[in-house]
Write a protein that binds this ligand. Sequence first.
Ligand SMILES: Cc1cc2nc3c(=O)[nH]c(=O)nc-3n(C[C@H](O)[C@H](O)[C@H](O)COP(=O)(O)OP(=O)(O)OC[C@H]3O[C@@H](n4cnc5c(N)ncnc54)[C@H](O)[C@@H]3O)c2cc1C
Length: 537
Amino acid sequence: MPSRTLEGAVAHRPHVARRRSRDGPQGARICCRGPRGPNDLPAVGAEEFGQRLARGADRPHGGAVRRSDVVELVATRSGAPLVGTRHEHPAGRTPREAFRRRTPRCRGRPHLRHQQDARQERRPSDAHELMVAPWPQVREGGTVLPIMDFRVPDELQALVDSYRSFLDREVRPVEERFALRLQEDELTDEIREEGLRLRRRSAELGFYAAHMPESVGGQGLSSLGYTLLVEAGAQTGYRFGAFTLGPPNPEAPNPILMDLPQHLHAKYVEPLVRGETTMCFALTEPEAGSDAQAIRTSAVQDDGHWVLNGRKHFITNGAGADVAIVFAVNDREKRAAGGITAFLVERDTPGFTVGKNQRTLAGDTNQAELIFDDCRVPGDNVIGEVGFGFGSAMKFLNGGRAFIGAMCVGVADYLLRITTEYAKQRTTFGKPIGKNQAVQWMLADSALEIHASRLMTYHLAWLVDEGGYPIKESSMVKLNNTEMVGRVADRAVQIWGGMGLLTEGPVERIYRLVRMLRVVEGASEIQRLIIARSLGL
Ligand SMILES: Cc1cc2nc3c(=O)[nH]c(=O)nc-3n(C[C@H](O)[C@H](O)[C@H](O)COP(=O)(O)OP(=O)(O)OC[C@H]3O[C@@H](n4cnc5c(N)ncnc54)[C@H](O)[C@@H]3O)c2cc1C
């Protein structure tokens, strides 16, 4: 793993580098623990000082470098150092105290306000400096190990900002226009048409199928990039927002389509990427849900075609899809190990009909039965290898887990935001309900869980971008985030009180919607099974 010098580490942190250039060569300073105060330290170049530190100079105990030797590598405006231990600082302030003292101590005691003001004037940015200062690990020779970087890359942040501005500019007005009808949970033709129009617009701008390869019109966006878009879309709480992005919506093109023969990409994949057509993913059957390899739909080869017979149910967008990815058994003995194949079936193929629509607790969420009765599919329409469709199905489901995770984080964040606002405004017994600890704790728990879930989700996206196939982490994110958003929604309903139960309020619908996520695309129990397997059980 490459190492950087201390100087390099400073330069690597743009905020520090900026201040360095403003403050001149004395801007960077290393502070040591020990009886000698940091004011005694020479303000030398960071690299030189790192080397001196490694040699034992400027350290009270000499010998090998200890991690505790290096407290902070900071940039200071006037040469006044920041320190990590009480006895080093003239004011006897530890970092913890620096944070604590940002809270005005004069609240309710106006006579102390001038002291507070004076203190703030003396050291205006202590806490900020401590927060942003890097924490290098020094090795012999004055080099530092790279630190873990949790920041979202600037390019991706710019993409997210641009997507947010599209939502604000073009989606919000539509959302407001349909606000009343959206409350009815009805997916009317007019609403769907409007949604599809926004989808095409989003595709035009490069957001909708950005996760697809450039060769078929996508942007080849990283998993982290798409994860951030999904989170940003869900944070708005807009229902039309769901139309503007692909996964986790199974209507959208999926990378497994790239396993179709090359000459079919222009016919099937590119229109999907442009948002001109939609698809569905047909795996589940009445007798095979969690145990997907128990599907019974059969595929028999006949004169260059495959003949499908069977029935699927719960298929999202089954009624409206232009093409369906259908999984069928071509070898009953082998099943998941070489006996299930994935086919692309066009809507108008003879023998393919749509059965009844299936409504869920969240209203019309667009599920339907699909019936295959001697449905003849061209031999070319096999996705990937004959017999290896089960792997494609798992790839489809696994590949989207970071996106489901991101959707949960975004929705939970939206709920936290509107519920915190409500808790500040809703008054009972003469004060806002948010002043009660019982309510504060619910919101604090939600904030905590959202933060943890976000980190897990970004980590999963990062693993995927690193080229891994992280099955365990995918299951962990699906399990954790779908259950997390359920708890956040439950607390939101509680805090909104009666308004939380009314269909005209903003949280009741989401409460019902997120309940479904613990079942679809692999129920929570199945995710636990997968995680348990990774433990060797
Ligand atoms: C809104 C919605 C959209 C959907 N969209 C699609 C779609 O687009 N395409 C598609 O193919 N499918 C879709 N599905 C189907 C969905 O993936 C299945 O409902 C899900 O996989 C669960 O299958 P099941 O309903 O048959 O439940 P079952 O498999 O019958 O399971 C019932 C319960 O038993 C538990 N269970 C099962 N086996 C075990 C075990 N070994 N150990 C412990 N507990 C177990 C399950 O976790 C669950 O709680 C959708 C479903 C819904 C509701």
